[in-house]
Design a protein around this ligand. Structure first.
Ligand code: SF4
Ligand code: SF4
Length: 112
């Protein structure tokens, strides 16, 4: 499942640069997906684009946004439940030029 940001967000901006998939945007900022610009998903808080979030699968052992968020408001989104395989496929699609090694505990929170 993708990660989501709740209304407890204090707009500190710490999460945005940590995302390996540039899935996080400031409230009100348009987001980019597959070369196109889209309207913000939230005008008040930082938000995550579900189509760009892999729960950090393929990159890190845990969700980087959740790891840095000072108020623990980056949480699993119950409306976007996905398997590790789906998330890994997304990571590959988002980074077509990159060769990903097989998943391991270092690159998937599912392997912990
Ligand atoms: S879980 Fe990872 S991929 Fe998803 S928004 Fe957070 S940092 Fe980005
Ligand atoms: S780190 Fe947490 S509080 Fe800060 S902008 Fe991101 S979601 Fe909001």
């Amino acid at each position: 499942m993708a990660t989501m940001i709740t209304e407890e967000c204090i707009n500190c901006g710490a999460c945005e640069p940590e995302c390996p998939n540039t899935a996080i945007y400031a409230g009100g900022a348009q987001y980019e997906f597959e070369g196109q610009q889209f309207e913000a998903l939230s005008n008040d808080f930082y938000y995550i684009v579900p189509e760009k979030c892999t729960e950090c699968v393929g990159h890190y052992e845990q969700e980087q946004c959740a790891a840095v968020c000072p108020v623990d408001c980056c949480v699993p989104d119950p409306n976007h439940v996905e398997t590790e395989e789906e998330l890994f496929e997304r990571a590959k699609k988002l980074h077509p030029d990159r060769v990903f090694p097989e998943l391991s505990p270092a690159t998937s929170h599912f392997r912990k």
